[in-house]
Design a protein around this ligand. Structure first.
Ligand code: G3P
Ligand code: MG
Length: 256
């Protein structure tokens, strides 16, 4: 049975270490954070790597599309300098490498399937196939995605692993009047997910109560203000994603 913590370190602990890196996982673990959220996508030659963007440009010393770059090239890049000199030279991890570290640090994982466009099914299949060989702690694993095809594929590969549907506002341009997909309940039913992982801008009290009524867990991303986290928790939110998970954890109403 899924055992969610109250706080999940977003992309590791993105306020303190470069996102989606082994250094970020250790940083979260050292702060007493029990779970991290990491994004997985495939290289051109189908290696699952932990990486957020479609292109290498923002966070590495390389450039171009991840989907068109083989792992042999990606593994030579560094992904720390953009963040700070003290992280210069660190590497983009594979899923396999982070799983090793998570097991060693006894941490839970929310793996977000973040496929390059057109690779929704393959990414989920490759990531879950890899996990199935190494990951025993199914209470400490949540597979999530914005992509319905990825969640369908995850269900086909490992029906009993907990899945979460990610929801961003339907109308990205107007953050003050964020609109949730009106069909979220039907989609959640169809994909057989246990959690709804919604953007902070969608997390008003009424929506949260509707999600709880639908017997789904509610997770909210990305919450960096501890007062926001407390309010969300008082409304029944189960868990928040944060770049500063230590600050959130220190200020929650309840931590268990
Ligand atoms: O899974 C929550 C959150 O990570 C979704 O947005 O863009 O940070 O991957 P993003
Ligand atoms: Mg993510």
């Amino acid at each position: 049975m899924l055992k969610l913590p109250k706080v999940i370190g977003h992309r590791g602990a993105a306020a303190y270490a470069p996102e989606n890196t082994i250094e970020g996982i250790h940083t979260a673990a050292d702060m007493g954070i029990k779970w991290v959220e990491l994004d997985v996508k495939l290289t051109k030659d189908d290696i699952p790597i932990i990486f957020h963007d479609e292109t290498l440009d923002r966070t590495t010393n390389g450039s171009g599309l991840v989907a068109e770059t083989p792992y042999d090239y990606i593994r030579q890049l560094e992904c720390g300098s953009w963040y700070g000199d003290s992280f210069a030279g660190i590497k983009i991890p594979t899923l396999e490498e982070v799983v090793d570290v998570l097991i060693e640090r006894d941490m839970g994982l929310n793996l977000e399937i973040k496929p390059c466009p057109g690779r929704e099914k393959e990414t989920a299949e490759a990531a879950l196939d890899m996990l199935s060989h190494y990951w025993d702690n199914h209470d400490g694993l949540l597979i999530s995605s914005f992509q319905h095809v990825s969640l369908e594929a995850a269900k086909d590969v490992a029906a009993d692993w907990s899945r979460g549907l990610l929801l961003a506002p339907e109308n990205d341009e107007d953050i003050n009047a964020a609109v949730i997909n009106p069909n979220w309940k039907d989609i959640a039913d169809y994909l057989d997910v246990k959690t709804l992982n919604i953007a902070h801008s969608l997390a008003d009290r009424e929506t949260i109560e509707e999600i709880i009524d639908a017997e789904l867990k509610v997770l909210v991303y990305t919450v960096n203000d501890p007062m926001d986290a407390r309010l969300l928790q008082s409304w029944g939110v189960d868990c928040v994603f944060s770049d500063e998970p230590d600050v959130i954890l220190a200020n929650l109403l309840t931590v268990h």
